[in-house]
Design a protein around this ligand. Sequence first.
Ligand SMILES: [Fe+2]
Length: 274
Amino acid sequence: MTLVYAGVVSHAPGITGRAHMVENVAERERLYEALHQQRRDIVDSGAEALVVVAAEHFANFFMNNMPAYCIGLGEYHEGPIEDPDWLKIERVRIPGAPQLARQLAEQVMQSVDVAYAEEWKCDHGIMVPLNFLTPDYDLPVIPVNINCQGPPLTPLHRAWAFGEALRRACDSVDDKIALLGTGGISHWPATPDSGKINEAWDRAFLQQLMQQDKSALLAYSDAETYAQAGQGGFEIRTYIAAAAAARGAGELQFYTADLPIFAVGCTVARFALA
Ligand SMILES: [Fe+2]
């Protein structure tokens, strides 16, 4: 068993880009402390590579050719694609793990028709978590994407199956691997509703996620999610995949809806591995 850590984290660009505009500074510091704890947990796990199951925003994949699932096989990945001054993250080259990523892709393919890419550009969806969790970019990263942007989207039960396939793949290799799902939950990015957060919806979803309540998690319809959690809510697929990979109960380490300038409820959580 070589999956050594599994967790989830929010990735909105405001977490770094608008950090200086926060009114509730104490709450921001609590978020940062939770992120630092997540970094320590990953380090303490002995992880030799970090699989980031993200929901990119048309950085690599477009409506002319949109894979439901993709694994990055590159020797390195570059990011952020956004203006570094806007995101407040320097442009860097992140080490990949091409051999390991290829092994994982081959294993995942046994049950899920995952795409792969030897080139990968990282947007805030990966860069914001890495900024806190591997700030020296010294941990090889395997980027993984679930299409949460361009409908038709992969069904939630397939996101769960993808997480299970990732777990089997991680457990088939000797390397110690940390896996992180990163996404919303409720948010309305790049719309007139940007900044809105449905805290009640977030907390209900997180409770189901922490309890590994599979039937409840897979019962969300895209129409309901869109109505209650915005198009950003489609990113629950990354959290669901992480839960499926972990198999164990979750521990919600931090959630707040009290940093509205970040335009998302901010989550940090980890799962027991079972
Ligand atoms: Fe996103």
